[in-house]
Design a protein around this ligand. Structure first.
Ligand code: DNO
Length: 360
């Protein structure tokens, strides 16, 4: 594995490349052109400038998270062909700059969903949290308003104000769009981009829906083992793979994370490793309240040793990153993406990896 940290770019991130370079074992970043809109072509010049900046700091771009997919592609509208042409051009430009991993998601309207960005835990740290009650009571347009005050002046991925301004309209467009439609539209997109991925050896790593169930009645498909395999089988190409995000799949306790990892050998192109803490469940055993914990197994509900061991056992050699961290030590940063707790997370995962390697 290659240990990395997500970095949003100068001017968008409170964390600097210089700081990232000082976390032991971190050799690369996962980054993006944060100010581009879905559907826009990323120019080779801008990609090169970003790459030069990262390399000057002694790091490497190990992948892009995300090149976002325009809603018209997810909706299967006629305008999708031109938008997919643009996506292909972006992939070509990334390939020419020797970047071979792209993380993306196929979630309608919202990226990840949380109801709080700064829930205070017993130790005084703050974390992102989700309560079903709040989702049931809120109308989607209000969700952004109710949490935006806690963003610490940053713009969170998937919650850009432009996108939020269109939420109502987007909900109208998704009326009647089923999970089957979404699978069809994803297949169409993947079939069109696979030739360029093969030409430039670009691994596409779909990010799961977070949380791994439908929110606000919108269809969500990348939520469990069965659906991931369906997604890979419908366009069977090794470049059509996944981002294994423990925190997203793990929201559903029926997803056996180590087992899922073992079944995805060769197709996990990128790993997000983090922990969650479940606080309440409904009668069917589904969580109705969870919060993000420290990476350490004993702080949350997941066994991080088993997750890292499964990745080790399948010979995972791609980029891995700690995922959302708690906000600690007075840091003011994008919720989930401060420096301190993610650095602790990286160090912990590296420790687990070293111990597994040496005892194996
Ligand atoms: C949130 C992230 C997501 C993820 C995208 C990938 O913190 O896990 O925003 O980057 O869904 O496209």
């Amino acid at each position: 594995m290659k240990m990395t940290l997500r970095w949003y770019g100068t001017g968008h991130d409170t964390v600097t490349l210089k700081q990232i370079r000082q976390i032991p074992g971190v050799t690369g970043v996962i980054t993006t052109l944060y100010d581009t809109e879905p559907g826009e072509v990323w120019s080779r010049e801008r990609i090169k400038a970003l790459k030069d900046e990262v390399e000057a700091a002694g790091l490497k771009i190990e992948g892009i998270e995300s090149v976002n997919i325009h809603e018209d592609i997810k909706l299967g509208k006629p305008s999708r062909d031109k938008l997919i042409d643009n996506y292909i051009e972006t992939l070509e430009n990334l390939g020419k700059e020797d970047i071979h991993l792209v993380c993306y998601n196929f979630m309608p309207v919202f990226d990840w969903t949380r109801t709080e960005l700064a829930r205070v835990r017993d130790d005084g740290s703050t974390v992102l949290a989700y309560t079903k009650r709040a989702v049931d009571e809120l109308v989607p347009e209000e969700m952004f308003n109710s949490i935006s005050g806690d963003m610490n002046g940053t713009v969170m991925p998937g919650w850009e104000p432009e996108r939020m301004a269109r939420v109502k309209e987007l909900f109208e467009e998704y009326k009647g769009v089923t999970e089957e439609d979404l699978f069809d539209n994803l297949k169409y997109f993947l079939e069109r981009i696979m030739p360029v991925c093969n030409e430039y050896d670009i691994n596409m790593a779909i990010h799961p829906d977070d949380p791994a169930w439908s929110v606000f009645g919108l269809p969500r498909i990348i939520i469990n083992e069965e659906n991931i395999h369906r997604m890979m089988d419908m366009v069977d190409d090794k470049h059509n793979g996944v981002t294994f995000c423990a925190g997203s799949y793990g929201t559903n306790p029926n997803n056996d994370l180590p087992k899922m990892i073992r079944g995805l050998k060769g197709r996990i192109h990128f790993a997000h490793v983090r922990n969650l803490k479940f606080n309440e469940f409904d009668e069917s055993g589904m969580p109705t309240d969870f919060e993000e914990a420290a990476h350490l197994s004993s702080d949350g509900s997941f066994d991080l040793y088993e997750i890292v061991k499964a990745l080790y056992d399948i010979g995972f050699d791609g980029p891995i990153r700690p995922d959302h961290g708690r906000m600690i030590w007075g840091e003011k940063a994008m919720p989930g993406y401060g420096l301190y707790d993610r650095a602790l997370g990286a160090y912990y995962i590296e420790g687990l990896w070293e111990a597994i390697e040496k005892s194996g």
